[in-house]
Design a protein around this ligand. Structure first.
Ligand code: SAH
Ligand code: SF4
Ligand code: F3S
Length: 451
């Protein structure tokens, strides 16, 4: 593809993995003359990186395509061409159907084909065809993508594992992201070292099932996530490590122990449990009980007593009764979460749960979500309130909303802001937490400030 100067706008929906993919797509296209823009109206290429997880998420794409269509027309009137690409999980799920439903779309590209983007774009541009690329290629797309840039954010992501073999009955991910695949250790270490040289102080390892990671090690053996984290902890500039998202079934003893032994591993764990009723957990194909989960949490807390726990919960799964829902509330009370994400069940085409009898009426699901969220809010507030009066180490990542403010994250992933100089961005600094608001903590910065 010729290197003509072009502007690229990427809009990202969905999870952190999509955010990571968007960065990698932008980097791959930068080598072919594309510079990023925040303004879709000046973009020669618009990529929508989409999410299929719930109906609402998937619908957003079509309303966004409406806006993009209007922009394309407007640019056309000025003699400018605009190429529209849809990437991500809706692209994977709908493929050819997407071209039929949305005439404005030129290119549909699934998450396993991003390294082919430059040549796919070339086919659209030169051949004038509309292209769908949604095969799961055998080759490692990460190897085919260019190296990470020389500058990075203080907190950076690396996808280490993709896909899912768990097949929870409500979930589209095994269909949109394919089978579990783990990247080799050497590639991840090289990427982490490059990010560290570029200024990253914190790295979050990403995977749909990140603790199922089994990647080829430099010794030829398969390495676990714990072993990979230990290796990454030896990179001096990397001061903090995190990983997300984990499945309770893959939380092994080695990984639990690491939470007690490795100071760089941050005391925060996102561990979805989905439902507190064993009957519903079985119907979801989660392969753990509520008690398994509660006992697992106890073992994790024995290793790291102050760990902040976060979770995902679904209400209104088909067949969920009031008693089942009470079990969910009971498990929430028993564990005590610092943070949580809760959703109304959304029937997804092609998933087994979508055709189960006894779908829960919308009104009941809404009520359940409401009472669950007030309990979760209480717990989150209590967690944040307990950190007021403490001194926490904060990694400052950016300027705050108000002038003179900088903002970052505590070890427990709480958002923290305080008054401080911009040159503290990228540093880990002691902060006295003085108050807790609904969205963030306010702190007084102790170190790095000249008297
Ligand atoms: N293991 C995954 C989960 C991805 S989906 C990960 O890496 O994050 C994130 C959350 O969305 C799930 O944990 C689940 O709580 C929720 N979810 C998935 N499918 C859903 C559906 N059909 N309806 C409602 N919520 C859903
Ligand atoms: Fe979806 Fe379950 Fe896999 Fe998570 S573990 S991605 S919820 S199928
Ligand atoms: Fe959505 Fe795909 Fe992530 S469905 S949550 S973008 S893996």
């Amino acid at each position: 593809m010729a290197k003509t100067p072009q502007k690229l706008h990427i809009k990202t929906f969905g999870c952190q993995m999509n955010a990571y993919d968007s960065e990698r797509m932008a980097e791959a296209l930068a080598e072919h003359g594309y510079t990023p823009t925040d303004d879709p109206a000046e973009a020669d290429l618009v990529i929508l990186n989409t999410c299929h997880i719930r109906e609402k998420a998937a619908e957003k794409v079509y309303s966004e395509l409406g806006r993009v269509r209007a922009l394309k027309r407007e640019r056309n009137a000025h003699g400018l061409d605009t190429m529209i690409a849809v990437a991500g999980c809706v692209a994977q799920a709908e493929g050819q159907e997407m071209l039929e439903r949305a005439g404005v779309v030129d290119l549909v590209v699934g998450p396993q084909s991003y390294h082919e983007l430059p040549s796919l774009i070339g086919r659209v541009r030169e051949g004038g065809e509309r292209v769908v690329a949604t095969d799961f290629p055998a080759e490692d797309k990460f190897l085919a993508l260019p190296e990470r840039p020389t500058r990075s954010q203080p907190s950076a992501f690396i996808t280490v594992q993709e896909g899912c073999d768990k097949f929870c009955t409500f979930c589209v991910v095994p269909y949109t992201r394919g089978a579990e695949y783990s990247r080799p250790v050497a590639a991840i270490v090289a990427e982490a070292e490059r990010l560290a040289r570029g200024g990253a102080r914190e790295i979050t390892l990403l995977g749909q099932n990140v603790n199922a990671y089994r990647g080829e090690g430099p010794d030829g053996c398969d390495w676990s996530l714990a072993k990979l984290l230990k290796r990454l902890a030896t990179i001096a500039e990397i001061e903090r490590l995190r990983y997300t998202t984990s499945h309770p079934r893959d939380m092994d003893d080695e990984l639990i122990a690491l939470h007690g032994d490795e100071p760089k591993l941050m005391p925060y764990l996102h561990l979805p449990f989905q439902a507190g009723s064993d009957r519903i957990l079985t119907a979801m194909n989660r392969k753990h009980t509520a008690r398994d989960y509660a006992e697992l949490v106890e073992r994790i807390r024995t290793a790291r007593p102050d760990i902040a726990l976060s979770t995902d919960i679904i209400v209104g799964f088909p067949g969920e009764t009031d008693a089942d829902f009470e079990d969910t509330l009971a498990l929430v009370r028993r564990v005590g979460f610092a943070r949580a994400f809760s959703f109304k069940y959304s029937a997804r085409p092609g998933t087994p749960a979508a055709s189960l009898p006894h779908q829960v009426p919308e009104r009941i699901a809404r009520q359940r979500l409401h009472s669950l969220q007030s309990l979760l809010d209480e717990e989150a507030k209590a967690f944040d309130a307990a950190t007021v009066g403490r001194k926490l180490k904060v990694l400052f990542e950016r300027q705050g909303r108000k002038p003179g403010q900088i903002a970052g994250r505590s070890p427990y992933l709480q958002a923290v802001h305080g008054e401080g100089p911009k040159d503290l961005i990228g540093q880990i600094v002691d902060v006295d937490i003085v108050s807790a608001g609904p969205n963030s903590l306010t702190g007084v910065i102790k170190s790095g400030i000249n008297p």
